[in-house]
Write a protein that binds this ligand. Sequence first.
Ligand SMILES: COC[C@@H]1[C@H](c2ccc(C#Cc3ccccc3)cc2)[C@@H]2CN(C(=O)Nc3ccc(OC4CC4)cc3)C[C@@H](O)[C@@H](O)CN12
Length: 292
Amino acid sequence: LTRENLQRGDWKEIEFKEYNFTAKGLPTEGGHLHPLLKVRQQLKDIFRQMGFEEMPTNNYVESSFWNFDVLFQPQQHPARDSHDTFFLQAPSTTKELPEDYVQRVKQIHESGGYQSRGYGYDWKREEADKNLLRTHTTAVSSRMLYLLAQKPFAPKKYYSIDRVFRNEAVDRTHLAEFHQIEGLVCDRGLTLGDLLGVLHEFFARLGMSKLRFKPAYNPYTEPSMEIFSYHEGFGKWVEVGNSGMFRPEMLLPMGLPEDVRVIAWGLSLERPTMILYGIDNIRDLFGHKVDL
Ligand SMILES: COC[C@@H]1[C@H](c2ccc(C#Cc3ccccc3)cc2)[C@@H]2CN(C(=O)Nc3ccc(OC4CC4)cc3)C[C@@H](O)[C@@H](O)CN12
């Protein structure tokens, strides 16, 4: 049909096909955000609404000193051997540590102090110098708390969400790395009640209002609690994280005032994402899966 045909009205004689209103449109080739990044953004929003600041997590490589020793984790602890931790060959050792602080950490491990008995073993500097891929974002929390102790004390609320690395057997739901989420509140006179309160507040914002707590153990927190939430969908209690109060053997050698307490908790990003998006193989979520 040309412009002339149309103007002359030729179209009035033409037999038109019935309009098919049920015809499908062409599929739109829209992209979509990665589920992990969507859940990460949701968690960042929750932390921001609760007044938490994000910690700088842009160093996957860490020294054993910041990842373990400052957390009062003894050098012979099983988590510190190469079956659980990725140690670096090059650069194998850290360049510099704050020497005065190193001495206080050595002392608290060897002979205690601040009413702690310590561990009574010979703490070795070369063990603390070993570089590794951080096994938890608590290594970032320890750096931030140490920085806080170098200034006149002011209360702080921090969080981190980033990759951590464990030299563990990988299977359907475990990779050698995962994204850890960690939150901490640092203030004078905090109690376990404050930890319970902030956990209820945090998990309620994730849709989990029925929580139960179970005593647990971490080398760097006392008391420690595993966190469980009743999952309506599964009709059972699901472990949703771990938490505790950082020990004085960690906080006092940093130089924090002796009435300052730190409550903290952690969970992974993959677990909630897999559950929220019904993904049952972690490789569908993360890692170098190739669609064969
Ligand atoms: C080696 O793996 C450890 C990881 C990871 C974890 C565990 C502990 C911490 C911590 C901590 C901590 C403790 C004290 C002070 C500071 C940090 C961080 C991550 C999850 C922690 N977990 C975990 O994320 N579970 C989870 C979280 C949310 C969730 O939401 C769903 C919508 C309903 C569902 C499940 C618990 C378990 O999955 C556990 O088997 C696996 N854990």
